[in-house]
Ligand binder design. Structure first.
Ligand code: ADP
Ligand code: MG
Length: 707
């Protein structure tokens, strides 16, 4: 067998479409995993060679068993291993010698149980890698490819064949999903339980499924990604080909604990995943129900080509809820054309609402729904439709569901979603809609959010990829600053030390000078012009306000002298351990500036996570921030500013002029550049950047170095 040591992607054809499958550990005893797998393979209608391996030999479920792997006639395309864990490695070696192409290790008891398990897992990983055998698992449920008649899993029952692929790190979730799918008429093209991911992982699945002609939509459940870079690359490529929807759980706050900056404290690993999903175009879904609804919508319905949503309802309240959700998720309620209104008025009862939301009243029957849908969808200003039904006594749940299903089938370019409120009373209707590929929600909000997700996907597909932005800088000059800090074994570069860095990146800063004595402070303040800001300068004090170490609006020489003494005395008292160099004398920003923060934290998996938000000393409390992964494009910088709640504040309220957004964008892009230039900087932040309609000034900076 040729060794595959290259970076090339494994060919997963023998894995997903094996012509021969060995079940190693096959058992004649019902209830044993080795029995279920063989049984499932047979039930799935596998037409290739199926060989049970069991030391007792004989016949299992009608198939003659081979007593050991040595005695296989040849290496199968796929071997499924259900043996106790102490036998797994040796069996894999034998399978490798036979020339087996791929393996699924269902057996548990590896990395997930601790140290010895971890070593065993390393061993089997190595055996498979050296032999070029694709490895799924260990500790997984297996894999199903209904179209190829393969069910190499110990799941209960056979899922329907469909055009949706699903992979999951959690086996339990696989079981739940299969059960759910069976109850809601959902079929799968491929179904993969990744387990411990010693071999195949999310990136491999994305690579393969993106080009799988049987898959229209890719679904994934992820707890943690181990190679962020590969994941991003594969996800980015896959999302350009088809929609990818994922649930991410298992959020940890580990990153936050060690943080020494505001950015580090807020930017946790969940934000990094969120940013990674956004960068690659993955639709993040929060729960399994929504995952299914959206999978259905993405696979069976067209993408909306505009933001205008029409809502037809037989009750007022849910219509209003839908309209509210529309605003919240950035869609518009479609405004009907005059002709649409007239056509509706011609047949609807006079008390109906002829404007969106179209309330066609509690006694609406299926025919009234059908006519209204036809007219509303005919309006060119309608881009998507949500049909809301409350099961009133007069409502025809099934008839309406059929009408909605018909409509969805006939619409080539407008998605139709449903929201049937309730449970028991609408069950049959939901069933009809499920089969027709119309997502049917219980409440309007998630339905509207789903339409928004489809519209986002449409927008992404429309616009070209934006190049990453590079910023001008003097790298040698910047490197010298980092070098100096490293030589001093510093963990942080604080404001007075970082001025040179800001200059190297050509960042706009208030004039800043270091004064070692009160005399010098007065002289420098005279030079800068009053008022000035004085700040404590100590390599050991990074949060200056914590020691009351910042005074703004110092207006004359006497005050400068007094404040200098005051700040240095206070620092000596509050932080006797700190070496105080003196004070920084800084140009004071004009009144009325707004404080924002620009920072980054280097995420272990995904690299520099850039943060922008409302700044100042209360950043963590406000928590009004947005994130992007570096490298950034111009559009990223544009969007990140507009994503925070306080954007309205920056745009100006009560007659204020908007702040200089272009300069802010440049500062954000420069921060991303700095993060990419210096991997040895773990975190950095400009807080605050003071901005008004004319200028933006980086008024404070701190950087944390890798130790
Ligand atoms: P810290 O180390 O506590 O973060 P900063 O340098 O950020 O110290 O200063 C704290 C606060 O002082 C800022 O959030 C800002 O409100 C104000 N401030 C700092 N520098 C200036 C300046 N040059 N002009 C105006 N206000 C400033
Ligand atoms: Mg600060």
């Amino acid at each position: 067998m040729a060794q595959k040591q290259t970076d090339r992607k494994p060919d997963l054809t023998p894995f997903f479409q094996p012509r021969s499958v060995a079940v190693v550990g096959a058992s004649a005893t019902p209830g044993k995993v080795g029995h279920t797998v063989l049984h499932n393979m047979i039930e799935a209608g596998f037409t290739g060679t199926l060989i049970p391996v069991n030391p007792k030999g004989g016949e299992i479920l009608g198939h003659p068993a081979v007593p050991s792997v040595d005695q296989l006639p040849h290496g199968p395309d796929l071997a499924v291993i259900t043996l106790p864990r102490q036998h797994v490695a040796e069996t894999l070696r034998q399978l490798a010698d036979k020339g087996t192409r791929s393996v699924i290790v269902i057996t548990a008891g590896f990395k997930e149980v601790g140290r010895d398990g971890w070593y065993l897992e390393q061993e089997i990983r190595k055996i498979c890698a050296q032999a070029g055998m694709a490895l799924l698992g260990p500790n997984c449920l297996g894999m199903i490819n209904a179209a190829a008649g393969v069910n190499a899993s110990f799941a209960a029952g056979q899922p329907d064949q469909g055009r949706i692929a699903f992979f999951s790190q959690s086996g339990a979730l696989c079981v739940a999903i299969l059960d759910w799918a069976a109850g809601s008429h959902m079929g799968f093209s491929k179904f993969v339980s990744l387990g411990n991911k010693a071999g195949l992982n999310e990136a491999d699945m994305l690579d393969h499924l993106a080009d799988d002609p049987e898959t229209d939509v890719i679904l994934g459940y992820v707890e943690n990604v181990e190679n962020g870079e590969a994941f991003l690359r594969s996800a980015q490529a896959a999302c350009r080909k088809k929609p990818v929807l994922m649930i991410k759980s298992g959020t940890t706050a580990a990153g936050a604990k060690a943080a020494s900056s505001h950015t580090g404290a807020i930017a946790g690993s969940d934000q990094a995943y969120e940013a990674a999903f956004r960068k690659s175009g993955i639709v993040r879904v929060r729960d399994v129900e929504t995952l299914f609804h959206l999978a259905r919508a993405f696979s069976r319905q067209p993408l909306p080509y505009g933001p205008n949503l029409a809502v037809i309802t037989n009750s007022g309240g849910p219509g209003i809820l839908a309209a509210d959700a529309c605003g919240r998720f950035g869609l518009y309620m479609a405004r009907p054309a005059q002709r649409t209104v007239e056509r509706l008025q011609a047949f609807l009862p006079p008390h109906s609402d002829f404007y969106n939301p179209f309330d066609i009243l509690g006694d609406a029957d299926a025919q009234r729904y059908r006519r209204t849908m036809e007219i509303v969808l005919d309006d060119p200003m309608t881009h998507s439709l949500l049909v809301v039904l409350t099961p009133t006594a007069q409502a025809d749940v099934e008839g309406t569901a059929r009408a909605v299903a018909d409509m969805a089938r006939r619409m080539p370019d407008k998605p139709v979603f449903a929201c049937f409120l309730g449970m028991q009373g609408v069950r049959t209707g939901k069933e009809i809609l499920d089969r027709a590929g119309v997502p049917c929600f219980v409440f309007p909000e998630p339905a509207v959010q789903g339409i928004r997700a489809m519209y986002d996907h449409f927008l992404r597909q429309q616009r070209p990829l934006e190049p990453a932005e590079t910023r001008p800088r003097d790298l040698d000059r910047a490197a010298a600053v980092v070098q100096r800090a490293r030589e001093a074994h510093a963990r942080e570069i604080v404001e007075f030390q970082a001025q040179e860095m800001l200059a190297a990146y050509d960042l706009p800063c208030p004039a800043t000078r270091l004064a070692r004595s009160s005399d010098e402070a007065v002289r420098l303040a005279d030079e800068l012009g009053y008022p000035v800001v004085l700040k404590i300068a100590s390599p050991d004090i990074s949060h200056k306000s914590d020691v009351d170490g910042v005074r703004v609006n110092v207006r004359n020489p006497e005050d400068v002298r007094r404040v200098f003494w005051d700040l240095t005395a206070r620092a000596a008292q509050l932080r006797p351990d700190a070496y105080v160099v003196g004070c920084v004398v800084q140009e004071m920003a004009p009144p009325g500036v707004k404080e924002v923060i620009v920072g980054f934290r280097r995420d272990e998996q995904f690299g520099p996570l850039i943060m922008f938000g409302l700044g100042g000393v209360y950043v963590e409390i406000m928590g009004d921030v947005a994130f992007r992964l570096a490298p950034l494009s111009r559009r990223d910088a544009f969007e990140i500013i507009r994503e925070i709640q306080s954007y309205m504040l920056l745009k100006g309220v009560r007659g204020e002029q908007p702040v200089r957004f272009e300069i802010l964008e440049e500062i954000i892009l420069t921060m991303a550049q700095l993060a990419l230039d210096f991997p040895e900087i773990l975190e950095a932040e400009f807080n605050p950047v003071l901005v008004n309609h004319e200028r933006a000034l980086v008024a404070d900076v701190r950087m944390t170095l890798r130790s």
